[in-house]
Unconditional design. Sequence first.
Length: 299
Amino acid sequence: MDEYPDAKPETGSGNIGSVPADISLTTAAQQFLYQTGPWVRFMSVMIFISAGFMALLGAGLILLSTGSRIPLGPRPFPMLPAGNSVFGSVYILIAILHAMAGFFLFRYANSIRILRMGRSAQTLEDALSNQKSFWRYVGIVTIIHVAMVVILIVLVLFLFIRTGIMRVAMEHAARPGAVFETGPGIMPPRIGGGSGLGTGFGDTYVVGNGVTPPIALVQPLPAYTPEARKARAEGTVLIQAIVRKDGSADSFRIVKGLGYGLDESAITTIAQKWRFKPGTYRGMPVDVRANIEVAFKLY
């Protein structure tokens, strides 16, 4: 038997099921709804203002990324890097999302005002429908936001794990005489000399993107200096160099030294006595920048 024998279906918009016919909006309930109107309108205006500031900030970042200059006083204000155009676009997108929420909220405030003037069932339904639209929009944006945060966390974890794996691989490769890559891509154009013990880097490559690493074939140990023996210095010297197409090495730079003349001894020995199988790119020998480790140990 029906719990509400006098219940009748709603006749307004958005009808779902049926409600008891004797339920009505009390005077106190109406007052509570009317009292929310000013606050709803206030919040909608504040959302519009914040969205406007975000849009201005985004437009400013995009303008700054164009590379132009804006005069501020006697000196021009230098522009920010071009990458800020991405942040500017994100700010504008967030401003649009905020403005949409403000629009739904403002429409809800208007429907409350109309309800107070007309006090009809239809205006009440319109007010509640606008309220539903606002919260549905907020819920959808929240779901999208949570999904983006989850994707960002997964991406950060992936990069963190990948970096850890690469670091472990580098540590395993770091043995006496080991040669390993120092970064992806192609080196910039020549900025100095490229022979002997100079510091110039020409059109050299690094391992990766189809570039194979050089391999040390002949690697005699460098001589200990008297100062190093007296100080009983031991350890590893890390040297950056260019391994040439002919198997020689030059353009040395000390990344990690030991002192006591051991750094110079290592460089001299590599330049004069070490020979490498050169790195290749697409099967052709090329000049490759690499790090070389030389271990010094007293026996």
